[in-house]
Write a protein that binds this ligand. Structure first.
Ligand SMILES: [Zn+2]
Ligand SMILES: [Zn+2]
Length: 353
């Protein structure tokens, strides 16, 4: 029997029990490539997965190699990858979701709401259900990666999963050039949204948040609203002469953020949300009905990865500046602490396998 090579990987053995250890290098299957992982960004979802907050779902079973916001280089081609134009040496970045490719939603391009979600033989979600990127190598389906330009470094490229989620949310808000917009929440999704809205020709980009993160959004071109000091909806109405903003992207996942979004949006406008409240939150439904306001859920990043790469490639410094810390994978516990405790004003924390 051929001896399998070993690699370093972060293995989650049980909730809150993780270690950097040696595991076999995966094999690229049909329509897959094996990638040398160069950079992985810690996602806000990772700590929830690590703490075991989605039992039986993310992951369905232990152990799991988490990590899904990654970039790297193709080193081996599985069967058929070459037929689709992939080459050894291609520089790529990846996303978490891989739909089954065959259900009605996947056929319509809405693969993040695949109807076969969570069936491990036909559906994958890297770093959540399927083996992920906190490893030296990763086998990944070619539908879950895109090429990146030569001049985009891997620490920027591994931000593209997040950025393409913001891009999808903005599309779900039905944004059009010249719209006034509110970014509700100044975390990474909010920051990415500010970059994209500015690049796509929003008129005024307001951002509600607080502290250094709001300051960062202001540096990126947003008009800041400190929700700890002023009422967000009232301030928006003041700025817009009572009209409200045409589009809101909701990234706080709090009842307060949702409520402020509902009362900041203009008649006939739309709210799109990636915010993920812990439970149900009250909404002013009469107002949404009477003013024909759309409230659109937005899940992950179907077909927006290439768009995010284009925006980022034209705003490299803005994206790069969000990466505040870089650690080797072997120091994952330290990286995890810096990220979860927001030590040293951390925003995006990258690990290098
Ligand atoms: Zn993520
Ligand atoms: Zn599907």
């Amino acid at each position: 029997m051929e001896e399998r090579k070993m690699m370093k990987a972060l293995r989650l053995n049980a909730p809150n029990d993780f270690e950097v250890t040696e595991v076999p290098v995966p094999v690229a299957g049909e329509s897959e490539v094996l990638c040398k992982v160069e950079s992985v960004s810690i996602c806000g979802t990772d700590p929830h997965i690590i703490k075991g907050e989605f039992p039986g779902v993310w992951p369905q079973e232990f152990p799991l190699i988490p990590g899904h916001e990654w970039a790297g280089t193709v080193v081996e081609l599985g069967d058929k990858a070459a037929d689709f134009g992939w080459k050894v040496g291609d520089r790529v970045c990846g996303i978490a979701n891989l739909g089954c490719g065959h259900c009605k939603n996947c056929m319509e391009g809405r693969f993040t709401i695949c109807l076969n979600y969570g069936k491990p033989r036909i559906h994958k979600m890297y770093g959540h259900i399927s083996q992920g990127a906190y490893a030296e190598y990763m086998a990944v389906n070619i539908r879950a990666i895109s090429k990146i330009p030569d001049y985009m470094d891997f620490d920027v490229a591994c931000q593209m999963d997040t950025m393409s989620i913001a891009m999808h949310m903005i599309e779900r808000s039905n944004f059009e050039v010249g719209d006034d917009v509110l970014v509700s929440g100044a975390g990474p999704q909010g920051m990415m949204s500010v970059i994209i809205f500015k690049a796509m020709g929003a008129r005024n980009v307001y951002c509600a948040g607080s502290g250094v993160r709001l300051k960062k959004c202001e540096e990126l071109g947003a008009i800041p609203i400190d929700y700890t000091k002023e009422d967000v909806a009232e301030t928006i109405m003041k700025y817009t002469n009572g009209a409200g903003v045409k589009r809101v992207v909701e990234c706080t996942g709090t009842a307060k953020g949702v409520y402020a979004s509902c009362w900041s949006v203009a008649r006939g406008g739309a709210i799109a949300t990636v915010g993920f409240p812990a439970g149900d939150v009250p909404m002013p439904v009469r107002h949404l009905v009477m003013d024909e306001i759309s409230f659109n859920g937005s899940r992950a990043n179907p077909n927006t990865l290439d768009k995010a790469i284009v925006i980022a490639s034209q705003h490299l410094d803005d994206v790069k500046n969000l990466v505040t810390h870089v650690f080797p994978l072997t120091e994952y516990p330290k990286a995890y602490e810096v990220f979860t405790k927001r030590l040293d004003n951390s925003i995006r924390v990258v690990v290098k396998p």
